[in-house]
Design a protein around this ligand. Structure first.
Ligand code: HEC
Length: 131
């Protein structure tokens, strides 16, 4: 009887440890894409706010635009496990990169606002299917 109880307890402890390890691994795997998303979210929402104003050809905008471009180049590797292929996801990444490249941080506010709308649509298009 005691032996049985000990087996149950040991089984529970092992089960708990394994599931905790698994949860940690899964979380670490998504840390990179989620970190990238947070950086993009920050730059994107700040830029959108600024684009409603009158001064848009600023250093902050130039930095946000170049960061968005750099980060957008990491989306493929971050979202696709190495060696796997997903043509639809690749298309969303491509569409997003195209939109990001069209954002000219030297343009006037209305032009930047329009470019940022296109970027936002590309974010949402991918989220609709993959988030
Ligand atoms: C090619 C696909 C794709 C594009 C483009 C994309 N996202 Fe995401 N996004 C995802 C996926 C997939 C997740 C879920 C990641 C996860 O939880 O592991 C996500 C999650 C997020 C999250 C939640 C992060 C968290 O901490 O859970 C935010 C915020 C976000 N995206 C913002 C953006 C913004 C802003 C843009 C555009 C500037 C964008 N995303 C473009 C695929 C994309």
């Amino acid at each position: 009887m005691l032996r049985y109880a000990i087996c149950v307890v040991v089984g529970l402890v092992i089960g708990f440890l394994v599931s905790t390890m698994l949860a940690n691994t899964l979380q670490q795997r998504s840390a990179w894409p989620r970190g990238l998303m947070r950086v993009m979210q920050h730059d994107f929402s700040e830029a959108r706010k600024a684009a409603r104003g009158t001064q848009c050809a600023t250093l902050q905008m130039a930095e946000a635009a170049s960061r968005l471009r750099i980060v957008s180049g990491q989306l493929g590797p971050a979202l696709l496990p190495a060696g796997s292929e997903d043509r639809v996801l690749a298309q969303y990444v491509q569409r997003f990169q195209d939109a990001a490249v069209k954002w000219d941080a030297n343009a006037d506010c209305p032009a930047q606002a329009a470019a940022l709308s296109a970027v936002g649509e590309a974010c949402e298009a991918c989220h609709r299917d993959y988030r």
